[in-house]
Design a protein around this ligand. Structure first.
Ligand SMILES: C[S@@+](CC[C@H](N)C(=O)[O-])C[C@H]1O[C@@H](n2cnc3c(N)ncnc32)[C@H](O)[C@@H]1O
Ligand code: SF4
Length: 453
């Protein structure tokens, strides 16, 4: 626990403290606000630091917003003198673009705030480019996206903390799970007025057998009008087949993901992916027989890869000609087998990898169009979706910027209802555990209908 006189600030402050790899025990914090000024006093390693920022506030919401902002900044300023700067400075939120939009919509230049918070010039530029890259999709707010969760995988990758399990241990649930999905999908039409996109993700949807996948697609047809973007996060190249690709095309899928993470066979073996570089080429070649847009996920910071190893993977992805390339920064959260291996968390080489990705992808004609950050991300990095012109994924922008309702079915699926005019949203989550989800299905269906009323 952080020693502070102001508990509502503790979580935000700890995000900054942890971003530097420090512990809460090292600090004592005293916060106050009077005379239109925010005061933060910090004791760290026997030294005292005082910060004050003048800012009048109009209401409680503004008071809390600035209290959080300036106390994070105070901690950032203390820690950067000892540990060095972070690329995103004192910004800790998941969506830097959302913060930028708030500033823009309230008539301010977002770069002033980003500068004040210590964000690097290149990350300010990245944010600007993402806003530009998504502007057509962002302008079209409202409507609904459908997410269908398939929480099954061929095996568990070492770095992954998603709630998915190897099919070997969950096969027994698949039949009941598909039945539940069918029932849920049949119940949701009152929640969908203007379907903007469909996303079948997880997990690894292509781990399902062909007839199982067909049940999912057939059930989605209860709400799919055959007109909008339709992504299947097919996933790992080791579960691709001609039949699954053909079926996907027949049911109206427009976009698929083939995710190498890395093109190095040594790295793939080290992270438990159970597929090779060769499998990626084969999956890509088969997928190219159909008019899909194809996304590729890569992760910077895997195993003991150097920036040069990462660059080789990136160049291979570019040369293959993926429409979208999503560059993730390794994030090791609870639930990942690699959690105890914290070597990468110090970020060695990560910034260089991200610089390489920006240069190579920009030079190859890709633009960044969505971005998000996670906790425990190596080197304080970010995840960025890059796209060839006019190939941006609508679903990714809608979800990241929270500009549409998200109707999410299946286990561990979070539906969101967005109240655009009020600047707020509500969430409705389903159980993570497969057995509980299956047992509670009827109640979930009832509660979701209530949620969308
Ligand atoms: C929901 S996962 C599903 C992808 C699919 N199952 C696959 O592995 O091909 C989406 C993406 O998140 C990224 N990801 C998963 N765990 C990550 C981690 N610990 N750090 C960074 N990125 C991660 C990977 O790039 C992955 O492709
Ligand atoms: S990275 Fe993909 S395949 Fe690997 S465990 Fe996570 S969701 Fe499953």
């Amino acid at each position: 626990m952080l020693n502070t006189n102001c508990n509502f600030l503790a979580a935000d402050i700890m995000d900054i403290v942890r971003a530097f790899g420090c512990e809460s025990e090292d600090f004592t914090h005293y916060f106050s606000y009077y005379g239109g000024k925010f005061f933060n006093s910090i004791e760290y390693l026997g030294k005292f630091y005082d910060f004050e920022v003048e800012r009048e506030v109009q209401n409680d919401l503004e008071y809390k917003r600035y209290a959080r902002r300036f106390s994070k900044l105070a901690f950032y300023n203390v820690l950067k003198t000892v540990k060095g700067e972070l690329p995103w400075g004192a910004l800790t939120g998941i969506r830097p673009t959302k913060l930028a939009y708030t500033e823009i919509e309230e008539g301010r230049d977002f770069t002033a705030l980003f500068n004040q918070m210590g964000v690097s010039e290149k990350n300010i530029q990245l944010t600007r480019s993402v806003i530009e890259g998504q502007k057509d999709i962002y302008a079209n707010k409202g409507g609904e996206d459908l997410f269908v969760s398939i929480p099954f995988c061929p095996t568990k990758c070492e770095y992954c903390s998603f709630i998915t399990a190897p099919i070997s241990s969950t096969k027994k649930f698949v039949k009941d799970y598909l039945y539940c999905l069918e029932k849920e999908l049949n119940s949701i039409s009152p929640a969908i007025k203007n379907l903007r996109s469909v996303y079948v993700g997880g997990g690894t949807p292509f781990v399902l057998e062909v007839d199982e996948l067909e049940r999912v697609y057939a059930a989605i047809n209860a709400v799919f009008n055959g007109k909008c973007e339709y992504t299947v996060e097919a996933g790992r190249p080791d579960v691709f087949s001609e039949e699954k690709l053909k079926l996907s095309h027949e049911y109206g899928v427009t976009r698929i993901c083939i995710n190498p993470q890395s093109f190095s066979n040594k790295t793939l073996a080290a992270i438990g992916r159970k597929h090779t570089e060769e499998d990626v080429y084969k999956a890509f070649e088969s997928a190219k027989k159909y008019p899909f847009e194809i996304n590729c996920d890569l992760i910077a910071g895997l195993a003991d890869e150097t920036p040069q190893d990462f660059e080789k993977s990136l160049i291979k992805a570019v040369n293959l000609g993926f429409d979208n390339i999503t560059v993730h920064t390794l994030s090791l959260k609870a639930g990942a087998k690699l959690k105890e291996n914290t070597k990468r968390l110090s970020g060695s080489g990560i910034e260089e990898m991200l610089d390489i990705s920006r240069k190579i992808l920009t030079d190859s004609g890709y633009v960044p169009y969505y971005m998000y950050r996670q906790k425990y991300q190596a080197g304080g990095g970010e995840n960025v979706g890059w796209t060839k012109p006019n190939k941006a994924c609508i679903y990714n922008v809608n979800v990241m910027e929270e500009i549409t309702n998200n109707v999410a079915v299946g286990a561990n699926a979070v539906s969101k209802r967005v109240f655009l005019n009020e600047g707020r949203l509500e969430r409705f989550g389903t159980p993570k555990d497969l057995k509980t989800y299956i047992e509670k299905l009827d109640k979930i269906i009832e509660d979701r209908l209530e949620f969308y009323k």
